[in-house]
Design a protein around this ligand. Structure first.
Ligand code: SF4
Length: 689
């Protein structure tokens, strides 16, 4: 009623702007958001938030929200009823499946939507359509970290909690910018560093805020992290600083590993990384002397051709020094999106069923097939990259994409646009009419997190509930309701009334979630998976052994995949990443006036040296061109970057400055994650200013 609408309400939610997983109360009156109030009860952040969590929410009332389904007519869309849109989708997907088989359809899920919604998306693909062609945007970021950890310690998640990071004697941050990308987590490190004598080592191309604070800041050549990691580990072993007891008891493959380290001498590392021998030895000493080492890494490591191998090398270093299965230590890949961890955990991957059970494992597959009452396809499906290529090759005809702006987020946007425009039938589900949605045949209006219930899983593997703060705007609907409606139009007969019923189904099918239930997640309570059926959760992994059948970790052989180098006219290395004020490609934070005003336009960072050489000033207007496309942006001259390295933030929706117009088709050798960080451009000054 109108009376009720005007009551002031306070509702708990989980922040959706990064993987830290802050929780807080949202105070509302009708649709007006009065304030964000963090509380002592919040397990991750307590009474802290960052600028995005505090001020990033007015996008939910944006005029640009999608409020009705849209159907394409020629070059435009008309507003349609849900009934018409759903009928059309069922008819077209049914037709394409009948004509070309189930593998002619592809499904892209989202690290922004809930765990339950991710589960339903893969159930729709596998259980209703009958294909494993399902992926999510971890393919653009953290799949290499998952691969490196799976192969060594056995679980693709953070070894401990953010508390463990705060407890570490030494924190090493490699290719990550947590002060801007994971602000509340960075605050914990800043505090431990300032007050508790924690040591901080930062290895990055860019001198960002954490680098400024570090006890040791090292700038390697682009793409050479694997080399210093291997050389430092070799030096530690040569010095007899390795943890012999730990290696004997808990790790296999040491001698083969040591053999593979042979080429990684300090001299070789100095030559390939540009880090001096003295500094390499200092790095080794800091690791040796620390009481607990935690390594944090992100896209600077993973978005390279050797991203998986380098992630494995990080895990190797930690194993050799006994830095797993103890407080204040371990591997911490920092998840970018709020639910990138959960999207993977709940099975929106072409080779994994929910709870990291392999599609190729017959027993696991049979279990799901029995529960769902269907036959399950046994062959792993296509990932994002393979799906795009399959469209261009005429093998993939229909696609259903939820909550992902692939047209800007994937590398080589021009190639992506070409592929998307060739789909026979394309359904996009989002909160806004994104660039990707403009290629769609049907656009479905989804409700953002504040308008639905469900759970998210943060970078620590912590599962937390969000409660509905607002009614869905207009005719928009929560993603789980939309997926269910589509499944049912295709004859699935799903009966979910509430996301808690979805979670109950997952708990019965995935042992790592056995004890997860909405009751156990009530209010500010949370669970870190694996969760035993009695509800015991796992804040710190591997205390009872590593996640392989024999309980032992494996060392992976050192195998550096050297990055491409600038060549010919494309003589500059272009790096990219986040800004504090914006979230990812910006399609939510851009609609938030508070945030947009802080950083209205994007820019490219140019080093002082390069600016001098090319006659560039602060505010000069430049053209950047790669073999794949070009952008025009203003220059900022700064010592955050050095030499021939440029930095272009990715948070933009402006057609003129999107970094992915420049990035190319190269991918990580093991996971097919695009090598965003191996991009080379030429720069031309258009206007000095
Ligand atoms: Fe949200 Fe991340 Fe900021 Fe926390 S640190 S308030 S989760 S954006």
């Amino acid at each position: 009623s109108a009376m009720r609408e005007q009551r002031i309400r306070k509702t708990k939610t989980v922040c959706t702007f990064c993987g830290v997983g802050c929780t807080f109360d949202v105070w509302t009156k009708g649709r007006e958001i009065l304030k964000i109030e963090p509380t002592e009860d919040a397990p991750v952040n307590g009474i802290s938030t960052c600028v995005k969590g505090k001020f990033g929410w007015d996008f939910v009332n944006s005029e640009e929200r999608l409020t009705k389904p849209l159907i394409r007519r020629g070059d435009t869309f008309y507003e349609a009823s849900w009934d018409e849109a759903l009928s059309l989708i069922a008819e077209k997907f049914g037709e394409l499946k009948a004509k070309f088989g189930p593998d002619a359809l592809g499904f892209i899920s989202s690290s922004k939507v809930t765990n339950e919604e991710n589960y339903l998306m893969q159930k729709l693909a596998r259980g209703v359509i009958g294909t494993n062609n399902i992926d999510n945007c971890s393919r653009y970021c953290q799949s290499p970290a998952t691969d490196g950890l799976m192969r060594t310690v056995g679980i693709g998640g953070d070894a401990g909690t953010i508390q463990d990071i705060a407890k570490a004697g030494l924190v090493i941050i490699v290719g990550a910018n947590p002060a801007e990308a994971h602000p509340v987590l960075a605050t914990r490190v800043k505090r431990a560093h300032k007050l508790n004598g924690q040591k901080l080592m930062v290895v990055d191309l860019r001198k960002h805020e954490m680098a400024e604070r570090a006890d040791l800041f090292v700038r390697p050549k682009p793409g050479s992290d694997h080399v210093w990691l291997s050389a430092v580990t070799k030096y530690i072993i040569d010095k007899q600083w390795h943890d012999v007891q730990f290696l004997n008891d808990k790790v296999v493959g040491f001698s083969e590993y040591v053999e593979s380290l042979r080429p990684y001498t300090l001299e070789y590392a100095e030559q390939e990384t540009g880090i001096s021998k003295t500094q390499l030895m200092e790095m080794a000493s800091m690791i040796h002397e620390a009481d607990g080492v935690a390594v944090l890494w992100a896209m600077g490591v993973t978005q390279q051709r050797g991203g998986s191998e380098t992630s494995g090398a990080i895990s190797d270093l930690l194993l050799v020094t006994g830095n797993f299965a103890r407080p204040g230590a371990g591997a911490f890949p920092l998840r970018g999106h709020n639910n990138v961890q959960g999207a993977c955990d709940f099975g929106t991957l072409p080779n994994w069923l929910p709870g990291y059970q392999l599609v190729s494992d017959e027993a696991a597959r049979r279990n799901f097939a029995r529960a769902w009452g269907v036959d399950m396809p046994a062959a792993p499906g296509m990932d994002n990259q393979m799906m795009l290529n399959a469209i261009l090759e005429g093998d993939l005809h229909g696609m259903y994409l939820m909550g992902e702006d692939m047209a800007w987020v994937d590398t080589n946007s021009n190639h992506v646009h070409e592929a998307l425009s060739q789909l026979d039938f394309f359904v996009v589900q989002d909160v806004f009419l994104t660039k990707t949605a403009q290629f769609a045949d049907v656009v479905l209006p989804a409700s953002p997190s504040l308008e639905k219930e469900g759970t998210f899983t943060n970078t620590e593997r912590r599962i937390q509930r969000l409660y509905q703060v607002l009614e869905p705007l207009g005719e928009s609907k929560p993603d789980w309701e939309i997926i269910t409606a589509i499944a049912n139009r295709l004859g699935a007969g799903w009966t979910y009334r509430d996301p808690s019923e979805v979670m109950a189904e997952v708990a019965a099918l995935a042992p790592i979630f056995a004890g997860v239930s909405y009751e156990r997640l009530e209010g500010y309570r949370s669970l870190l998976w694996p969760v035993a059926s009695d509800g015991t959760d796992t804040p710190r992994l591997y205390m009872d052994g590593f996640a392989h059948a024999d309980g032992k970790a494996r060392l992976v052989r050192a195998n550096w995949i050297a990055p491409a180098k600038p060549a010919g006219e494309f003589d500059l290395h272009l790096n990219n990443g986040r800004l504090l004020e914006h979230f990812h490609e910006g399609n939510m934070t851009d609609k938030s006036s508070g945030l947009r005003e802080k950083v209205p336009d994007t820019f490219v960072e140019v080093s002082v040296e390069l600016a001098q050489e090319r006659g560039i000033r602060d505010g000069s207007f430049v053209l950047l061109e790669s073999p794949y496309g070009k952008v025009k942006v203003h220059a900022v001259v700064t010592d955050r970057v050095h030499g021939n390295e440029l930095y272009l933030p990715m948070n933009t929706t402006s057609e003129a400055s999107a970094v992915n117009l420049l990035t190319g088709p190269t991918t990580d050798t093991r996971t097919n994650t695009p090598a965003y960080k191996e991009t080379f451009v030429r720069m031309e000054v258009l206007r000095v200013k």
